[in-house]
Write a protein that binds this ligand. Structure first.
Ligand code: PGA
Length: 252
C-alpha cells in the first residue's frame, strides 16, 4: 500500500469550510468505494480532533509540525503528547516552508524527530534542494547534509517508523516537477545515506515518498515511474476529488 499524505497547510479557516471538506471527502470515498488506501491527512492543529471524530476510521491523521518537549512553559507550541492524544499518528517535520519562513534548522528538526519517535509518532522528514542549489549542482550535498544532521542519534530499530519526503523546494507549489530520473537519483542517494546511518537491513524499511506539485496528472511520473513509496500532496489535498484520484492512480 502506497502512502498518500495530504498536507492541508494553513487552510480550512472556519468550521463551515471544514464541514464542507468532510462532506466532499466522504462523498468521494463512497463514490469510489474507498477502503484501505494508505491516506494520511495532516490538518492544522485546531482541526485534529474534529478530523479524528469525523474521518478517523477512513484515514490516518498527522500534524504539520510539533515542538520537541512533551509539556511545559512553551507558549504557543504543540507537543507530541498532544498530537498523540488527539488522534495523530504521523507528523511532518522540516517542511521547506518551516525552514524558509521560520528558520528551522536541521539540529532543531533532529530534536523533534527524536521526540516524535519517543512518543510513538511517525515522523515525515522533508528534505530537498532549492532552485539555486539545483542550478549550482548542490542537490546531493544538500540532501546528504539534511539527512545526516536531522537523523543524528536515532536508533536503527526506529528506522521503520520514519518516512522521508523528497521535496525539491522549486517544485513545491509551482506546477513544475522533476523528471522521474531526477527523482530516482535523489532516491538512490537517500537510500545510500540511510544505509550509512542505520545499516542496509533497517534502512530498507524507511518509506521514501515524493512531494512537490503532485496532481493526478503528474503522479505517474513523480511516483510510479520513479518507484516511490508514496506522495506528499499540498494543494491537491484540498480538492477531495483530485486527491482521491491521486490515491487511486498511485495504487494501480
Ligand atoms: P504542493 O505542496 O503539492 O502544493 O506543491 C507540497 C508540499 O508542500 O508538501
Amino acid at each position: 500500500m502506497k502512502l498518500v499524505i495530504g498536507n492541508l497547510k494553513m487552510n480550512l479557516v472556519s468550521v463551515m469550510e471544514r464541514e464542507r471538506y468532510f462532506k466532499a471527502l466522504k462523498e468521494e470515498m463512497t463514490r469510489n468505494k474507498f477502503s484501505e488506501t494508505g491516506i494520511v491527512l495532516c490538518p492544522p492543529f485546531v482541526h485534529l480532533e474534529a478530523f479524528a471524530k469525523n474521518l478517523g476510521k477512513k484515514v490516518r491523521l498527522g500534524a504539520q509540525d510539533m515542538f520537541s518537549e512533551d509539556k511545559g512553559s512553551y507558549t504557543g507550541e504543540i507537543s507530541p503528547l498532544m498530537l498523540k492524544n488527539f488522534g495523530g499518528e504521523y507528523v511532518i517535520l522540516g517542511h521547506s516552508e518551516r525552514r524558509r519562513y521560520f528558520a528551522e534548522k536541521n539540529e532543531e528538526i533532529n530534536l523533534k524527530i527524536i521526540s516524535a519517535l519517543k512518543n510513538g509518532l511517525k515522523p515525515i522528514l522533508c528534505v530537498g534542494e532549492t532552485r539555486q542549489e539545483k542550478e549550482e549542482h548542490q542537490t546531493l550535498r544538500v540532501i546528504t547534509k539534511q539527512l545526516r544532521e536531522a537523523l543524528r542519534n536515532i536508533s536503527r530499530t526506529k528506522a521503520e517508523q520514519i518516512v522521508i519526503a523528497y521535496e525539491p523546494v522549486w517544485a513545491v507549489g509551482t506546477d513544475v516537477v522533476p523528471t522521474s530520473h531526477e527523482i530516482m537519483e535523489a532516491k538512490v542517494l537517500i537510500v545510500k545515506i540511510l544505509a550509512e546511518l542505520f545499516e542496509r537491513k533497517y534502512a530498507e524499511k524507511v518509506k521514501i515518498v515524493y512531494g512537490g506539485s503532485v496532481s493526478a496528472k503528474t503522479v505517474r511520473q513523480v511516483a510510479v515511474d520513479s518507484k516511490m513509496d508514496g506522495v506528499l500532496v499540498g494543494r491537491e489535498s484540498l480538492a477531495p476529488r483530485e486527491f482521491l484520484k491521486i490515491a487511486k492512480l498511485i495504487n494501480e
